[in-house]
Design a binder for this molecule. Structure first.
Ligand SMILES: [Cu+2]
Length: 167
């Protein structure tokens, strides 16, 4: 539901204008090192995974449950990934028998709230892959917050979340 060359082409110009999440591997390494020891007591991430795409697919989608356990509003403004050079926050909408994806500029987590990114709904679109993602590979993500903090996490590529066992 997240594939389709026409969709990507349509987004291409738009992305260029918006400047959304153009990551480079060398830069990401520095980011990881710089932020690896930072604590994010108020952002709790569970059930994070990337869905294995069908062979030949040029895009992937990442899912997770985000919880803001603190008293301060959080806004995720950007996502970076080491597996690809472009990401977007998307919401899948199904109406009148057709499936479309809406781009979100940001993801807002009010105090003491929880947001589910799951198949058929919100997701992080991974595009312009460096190489096809394989089963059980790890993808490194950084969630960039509006206050400049970055939350780094490493998540597995799975067929379905249920394959993760007790992760
Ligand atoms: Cu999408």
């Amino acid at each position: 539901m997240c594939s389709g060359n026409s969709l990507l082409l349509n987004y291409g110009n738009w992305l260029f204008l918006s400047g959304w999440s153009i990551g480079r591997r060398a830069l990401l390494c520095c980011v990881l090192l710089a932020h690896a020891v930072t604590a994010y007591a108020d952002l709790d991430i569970q059930r994070a995974w990337v869905k294995l795409a069908p062979p030949g697919s040029s895009v992937n989608a990442a899912y997770m449950t985000l919880a803001n356990t603190g008293n301060t509003r959080m806004v995720i403004t950007q996502v970076k990934a080491d597996c690809c050079s472009m990401t977007m926050l998307h919401r899948t909408r199904q109406q009148a028998g057709s499936v479309t994806m809406e781009h979100l500029d940001e993801l807002v987590l009010p105090p003491h709230s929880r947001i589910e990114l799951a198949p058929g709904g919100l997701h992080i679109m991974l595009m312009r892959m460096n190489a096809p993602l394989l089963l059980n590979h790890q993808v490194n993500l950084q969630l960039v917050l509006s206050d400049g903090q970055e939350y780094s996490l490493s998540i597995p590529v799975l067929r379905e979340w249920s394959d993760a066992g007790d992760h």
